[in-house]
Design a protein around this ligand. Structure first.
Ligand SMILES: O=C(O)CCC(=O)C(=O)O
Length: 266
């Protein structure tokens, strides 16, 4: 058996096994940076036009299911890995993909930078979860605007993500400011967080610097960015070690799952 990747140990080992339960209690948000705000489970907050944070959206049982599934996907056929960058660096997060394999800066069906294997299919239940996420972020807030906001591409009913990027953050991992722009679609990105809290920096579409808003993403949180915010720069400057609930099945670290429509065929 190969040596586990650094930081993978806590992701690869169940923390006592799943137990059914209620959504995790949400603590107070400790936003740093441009904007601080209160944190109430299930209460939607628009960070920028089309960018919506819904704290505590996933139930504990849903988080447990996702942790078990992610652990399985991380084993292969394409194992989770630190993505190599064209400049010779490696990303500090570890990533495994479903549907389409992402490497800088393209999507392919096979993981040619890892082992050449075809990636696992995106299960239909994750597509369904993505649709429910858009309903929570957009339709629940303004039913009248449901099918016009975000103003283009798709409604919650027609949202059909065909890839998921699953990132695992150990205590030191971070992600620099970047745009998700390798997709040929401007459909919203749905982001789900499990495990340790992190500082999530959400910026603007013009520059990777200020103005940006720092929010704290906790286990179970949903963040959706679409419409005018779809191509905003964003990143994760800091994970807060030891802040997750082991009842999710994750003993340490942070999982983030983003659902996207690539707009690709084949
Ligand atoms: O971990 C996160 O919350 C953000 C992940 C992200 O920006 C990405 O996968 O492109």
């Amino acid at each position: 058996m190969s040596t586990p990747l650094p930081g993978f140990e806590s992701f690869g080992t169940p923390a006592g096994g799943p137990t059914a339960g209620e959504p995790t209690a949400a603590g107070s948000e400790q936003a740093s940076g441009e904007q601080a705000g209160s944190r109430t489970t299930g209460t939607r907050r628009e960070i920028a036009p089309g960018a919506v944070h819904v704290p505590g959206w996933l139930t504990l049982a849903q988080q447990q299911t996702l942790v078990v599934a992610c652990r399985d996907w991380a084993r292969g056929p394409v194992p989770i890995r630190h993505t190599k960058l064209p400049n010779g660096g490696v990303m500090s997060v570890q990533t495994v993909c479903l549907g389409w394999h992402w490497q800088p800066y393209a999507y392919t069906r096979t993981a040619d930078d890892v082992n050449g294997a075809r990636v696992t299919e995106l299960p239909s239940w994750l597509v369904e979860l993505g649709r429910k996420a858009l309903v929570a972020a957009y339709r629940d807030q303004d039913p009248a605007a449901a099918d016009t906001y975000p103003p283009h591409t798709c409604t919650p009913d027609t949202y059909t993500p065909d890839t998921a990027l699953i990132n695992f953050y150990d205590d030191q991992a971070k992600m620099g400011m970047h745009q998700d722009k390798d997709e040929r679609s401007d459909a919203p990105v749905v982001s789900l967080s499990i495990g340790d809290r992190c500082v999530f920096r959400f910026g603007n579409t013009a520059t990777r610097t200020k103005p940006y808003t720092d929010i704290e993403l906790a286990s179970g949180d949903l963040f959706v960015f679409g419409g005018p915010s779809r191509f905003a720069y964003h990143g994760v400057p800091k994970v807060r070690p030891g802040t997750g609930d082991p009842a999710t099945g994750l003993a340490g670290g942070r999982l983030n799952i983003t659902l996207r429509m690539t707009g690709l065929k084949g």
